[in-house]
Design a protein around this ligand. Structure first.
Ligand SMILES: [Zn+2]
Length: 143
């Protein structure tokens, strides 16, 4: 399982690890060119991937802040200097703009892989509001 998790970093189809899941980092292929797995399986399928992308970006930002403090590039003393503000703005830009762009494809590959391994299930097929409509009752007055 750890090996497959690391294979997610190659942005390959989590079903066969052969076909590319992305044409380029911001454009996902509709299906795997090797096994034919359809990646986007309906509205809301990748909402959880957005959360994981956000968590990865935020965690990276916290690590970046800690690294800046530990290396002396950011002081924690008020009032902040101009250099401190610059470091904080750089971290904010990273977390809010660059982080999600960088983690977008990885979070989607991880999301498909997580469903394949049973960590979550796209289970809206059984919800009452998703059940197929039953046929309308027929008027049997011709008897
Ligand atoms: Zn595949």
């Amino acid at each position: 399982m750890v090996r497959e998790f690391l294979l997610c970093l190659r942005l390959r189809c989590p079903m066969c690890w052969q076909g590319a899941m992305f044409a380029h980092p911001l454009k996902m292929n509709a299906q795997c060119s090797h096994c034919g797995h359809v990646f986007d399986r309906g509205n809301g399928y990748f909402i959880g991937a957005m959360y994981s992308s956000y968590l990865i970006s935020t965690g990276s930002g916290i690590l970046l802040l800690a690294a800046l403090v530990l290396t002396g590039h950011l002081s924690l003393h008020f009032p902040f200097t101009e250099r401190d503000w610059l470091a904080l703005v750089a971290v904010a830009v990273f977390v809010l703009v660059l982080g999600p762009l960088i983690t977008f494809p990885y979070s989607r590959v991880f999301w498909v892989w997580a469903e394949r391994n049973g960590l979550w299930h796209h289970g809206d097929a059984g919800r009452p509001d998703r059940l197929p409509l039953s046929p309308a009752p027929t008027d049997d007055s011709s008897k």
